[in-house]
Design a protein around this ligand. Sequence first.
Ligand SMILES: O=C(O)CCC(=O)C(=O)O
Length: 256
Amino acid sequence: MSARSGGIRGVGGTPAQPGAGEGAGELFPREPAVIAPGAVHVPGWLSVERQRELVEACRGWARGPVPLRRTVLPGGGVMSVRTVCLGWHWQPYRYSRTADDVNGARVADLPDWLVEWGRSALAAAHGIGAGGGGPSEAATGAGGAGYTPDTALINFYDGAARMGMHQDKEERSGAPVVSLSIGDRCVFRLGNSETRGRPYTDVELASGDLFVFGGPSRFAYHGVPKVYPGTADPRCGLRTGRLNITLRETGLSVAD
Ligand SMILES: O=C(O)CCC(=O)C(=O)O
């Protein structure tokens, strides 16, 4: 495991602003770190302005054409997070263009600016993992330029919401998953690729944090066992709760 710092920049060429934990009385500064081979945490990567922009955009997407909803699992269970998708709609356990388990509408497009943010995110993660152990450049192009996510899953967590350990494996592409967090802090659990159990590493994600998992960690089990209500930076645009946006390459084509 390694942790290197320096040279982290926010999207759009602006320096990353301190996240909720930095400059806010944090005892120890939160440093970028390689958490496991292929998995990189970049605290405070999104500036407060970018967080607010993203929250505003998410508010629009939550209204439609497919509304934010709790996903119903095949066994009848209902997920505690509320979700809306862009580009491709995810339902257990496949992607489709239309939200057949919600209202049948075609999901909103994934905007180009968010694809660009994904590329910048991957470039930042490559920078942290450049000494080895970062997300696979082979799959994405040097610095993230070849990365072309075509779906985003937007999850909203209230204080009681959790996400159980699971693998993101409906994608046919092995490209990294880019995860952006806004609002309340949470425990993000990154496990191994074989079982839902140990070994795993718990990482606290705060508003503005970037987490990328690719390469050997691309199919690692992961989940969110806890959200800490009331811990969001009030400047992020979200008064309560936590938003998580994951960008992914599905590997699907329009013919699918
Ligand atoms: O909320 C998070 O940080 C993780 C989200 C997640 O695991 C997923 O969308 O598959």
